[in-house]
Design a protein around this ligand. Sequence first.
Ligand SMILES: NC(=O)c1ccc[n+]([C@@H]2O[C@H](COP(=O)([O-])OP(=O)(O)OC[C@H]3O[C@@H](n4cnc5c(N)ncnc54)[C@H](O)[C@@H]3O)[C@@H](O)[C@H]2O)c1
Length: 356
Amino acid sequence: MKTKSNPNNVGAAVIGLGRGRSHVSSYAVAENCDLIAVCDINEEKAKAIAEQYGCDYYTDYKEMLKRDDIDLVSVVTPSGMHSEMAVEVAKAGKHCLAEKPLDVTLEAIDAAIAAFDKYDKKLGCIFQNRLEPAVALTKQAVAEGRLGDLVVGNVMIKWYRNDDYYLANGGWRGTWKWDGGGSLMNQSVHTIDILQWIMGEPESVTAQIKVANHKIESEDIGCALVKFKNGAFGTITGSTATYPGFGTSIEIHGTKGGICVKDNQIVSWKIHNDDKEAMEAEEKKMIELTAKVKGSGANDPNAISQGTTFKQVQDMVDACRDEKRRPIIEGREGRNAVKLILGIYEAAKEDKKVVF
Ligand SMILES: NC(=O)c1ccc[n+]([C@@H]2O[C@H](COP(=O)([O-])OP(=O)(O)OC[C@H]3O[C@@H](n4cnc5c(N)ncnc54)[C@H](O)[C@@H]3O)[C@@H](O)[C@H]2O)c1
């Protein structure tokens, strides 16, 4: 049986071993942390990963949660299972790092948030792209008012996934029940989260969705027009039907400047400065800073950057060790993007403007 190498270390466990492997490999190298166990209903998968990492394995997560040496649990199962599992994690007196989306309904998300409040444990929600330097720098520039008043934010997530992707692992992806939707709720949720994080709270939305190129229940293309409470507009295009995959763009414009980020690289950074040379020098510096960033996942889910996932996992471990420290992205933050996406679905299905 795996034991902690140091009693002060955080004992970590992971439920769900698809994307969950990135959590496993992160806990395995995180500081002040021991990977204690993994869990998957697919025993072969769980056993192989446990052997690879020298930890224990379970096929029943509730059995795993009985262990006293587990302090932090990642929930990385199909999205519609997150809240139910997270609530069990809280009841077992452990902290939780749940994958995006936190769940697929606001009721389920609220139940998870309430459980962690009740049991006084910490809940983090994975949105690793917020930690990408290009995104964090854009957020900072907007927060400092450097772009002036926000005018418009445009995001395009023009990805491609093949039929095998949707058929894999019981075909949960693209279902309303387990994926909560399609290209918007699963793939685009990261960038929609970033849009609302940078632009502010949405006031209303109109939208269209459809299935263009897959045999799935929910959408593989969605387009939305958002009005934010600060008066700015936003547009969202989120797809897994745009063959062969064209990447992710985030373009934020204000009265004093604009920033364009493509696949986590700054491609344009134009912020007004009376000194034109200084303005150009700043843009050059910002472009160089992120020029080597890789890993957009536009046409391959396995190409998603692992570096920022590790950062968020280490942050969660650190938050578990320090009573005063909160996770960098709290569970309640995970609610916002889902609220906006659910608004998009309602607007599209009922062909109306949804006011939040
Ligand atoms: N942050 C990111 O970049 C990122 C990338 C991919 C997926 N995800 C998220 O991760 C989650 C999982 O997606 P995925 O692509 O890994 O799916 P997947 O189907 O590849 O893996 C899910 C795993 O959960 C297991 N599982 C299902 N029910 C279980 C149960 N009751 N107990 C234990 N294990 C169970 C399955 O056997 C499977 O191995 C989703 O919420 C998805 O949105 C996030």
